[in-house]
Design a binder for this molecule. Structure first.
Ligand code: SF4
Length: 426
């Protein structure tokens, strides 16, 4: 993979990786500017194609698609003020007038919002990645700095489609913060987009996939997700998946038990949400922007008391951001801010006022992982995905779980105090 080619003190963002892989993938550049190879990501030194585009949030009900004579709503979108014409590296032109709003991953079973990963000087939003790459003192000699092996700088994350979407998200966030530096405007757009996603059917997202996202409306004491019923030509409802929770914890039988204990009212929005399955809070040039962005998410979390928002971050390394993180966590108890460790296999930070931290646990043999010791004693809970076998009722045998659902685990959300270690290969 391209990332492995460049692993070391420097990292690369999608643009650079796409260029590395250009024989396989395309680079999106405006046709008129093709010879300049404008990047998707903007940095302090280099503007991106999105700096030429005004991006606005379009709620779901404003977009309709014709299918079999019916007009049905589409998912929330970001829309550009003019069409971006591109040409791929093979010279084939294409055009785009917007991009999707929410993202999701097969592993999480929850919607998410992603921004570009990687150090900020390469257009990413992970300022902690700068700290090692620039020799900023955060890298422990002889240890592996986790950002060097970031999952979000590899695989599907660096495909042109995903890179395009994530860069558009970051530009839209920056433009929203320029329009309203308090973050209130951004928070209202994010809130509206979540309401749309929970309450209206999504065109283009198969029902099976939508049911797999445990996020919807509380009806009949279950989480229900909307879908378009072409026979009745109206919105219908299906039950979202329910994740059984691991035994032996201060536990609920499954995620449904967990929400029932919270006693949401019928019609309220309920579920799990991941803030950033790639990227971090450093979306703008200064900490003022990062704080406004954080505050926007805290405002969103307060608007959805029965949704658990999981925010992993490394901006805790900055004292002023740490203060802001603590403040946000105290204002919105359903905003689970997990400080992420910096070096693999080393005890992660334990920070008062924030949720349990996360770190990386080492693989010592095929399908055998060690334990991650904690500074306060004991060991972190090891994420079962990729590290253990579990019994599958569906396949009637032991399998390697590939998702939270298959692993019967929602620990990252429902056990906020639990420090968690993810499997990591040297
Ligand atoms: S610890 Fe559990 S909830 Fe967290 S990512 Fe792993 S399987 Fe999912």
């Amino acid at each position: 993979m391209a990332r492995k080619k460049t692993r070391g003190k420097r990292q690369v963002v999608g643009d650079k990786m796409i260029q590395n892989r250009e024989r396989r993938f395309s680079i999106d550049v405006p046709i008129s500017e093709a010879h300049q190879t404008w990047p998707l990501a903007s940095t302090a030194k280099e503007p991106s194609i999105f700096d030429q585009v005004q991006i606005t949030y379009h709620p779901q009900e404003n977009i309709t698609y014709k299918k079999k004579g019916s007009q049905i709503p589409g998912a929330p979108h970001l829309v550009f003020d003019h069409v971006i014409h591109g040409v791929d590296t093979k010279g084939i032109p294409f055009s785009r007038k917007g991009t999707g709003f929410w993202t999701s991953t097969a592993k999480m079973g929850a919607p998410s919002f992603s921004v570009p990963s990687g150090p900020t000087y390469e257009g990413g939003t992970c300022v902690a990645a700068n700290k090692a790459a620039e020799g900023g003192g955060k890298r422990t000699p002889g240890e592996i700095y986790i950002c060097d092996r970031c999952y979000a700088l590899a695989g599907n994350y660096v495909s042109p489609n995903n890179t395009f979407c994530h860069e558009a998200h970051a530009s839209w966030v920056r433009q929203s913060l320029e329009a309203d530096p308090t973050g209130a405007l951004l928070a209202s757009s994010l809130t509206a987009a979540l309401v749309d996603f929970a309450r209206l059917p999504c065109y283009g997202l198969p029902l099976q996939e939508r049911m797999g996202l445990e996020f919807g409306v509380w009806k009949d004491r279950r989480i229900q997700v909307p879908w378009y019923n072409p026979v009745l030509d109206c919105t219908d409802w299906a039950n979202a998946i329910v994740v059984p929770l691991p035994p032996g914890k201060p536990s609920f039988g499954d995620s449904l038990d967990f929400f029932r204990a919270q006693k949401p009212r019928s019609g309220q929005i309920v579920g799990f949400f991941r803030i950033h399955d790639g990227g971090d809070l450093s979306v703008g040039p200064s900490q003022k922007h990062w704080k406004a962005y954080l505050n926007a998410w805290a405002t969103v979390a307060k608007a959805f008391p029965h949704v658990l928002f999981w925010l992993p971050t490394r901006v805790w390394i900055f004292p002023t951001m740490l203060k802001a993180l603590r403040q946000a966590a105290s204002e919105a108890p359903n905003l689970i801010i997990r400080p992420s460790g910096l070096n693999a296999f080393m005890s992660p930070p334990e920070i008062n006022g924030l949720s349990g931290s996360t770190g990386a646990v080492e693989r010592v043999a095929p399908w055998t992982f060690g334990e991650l010791p904690l500074l306060s004693g004991g060991v972190a809970y090891t994420c079962p995905v990729g590290t253990r076998f579990s019994y599958s009722d569906k396949y009637k045998k032991r399998i390697h779980p590939k998702s939270c659902q298959m692993a019967h685990c929602r620990a990252c959300w429902v056990f906020p105090d639990l420090p968690i270690a993810y499997g990591f290969k040297r």
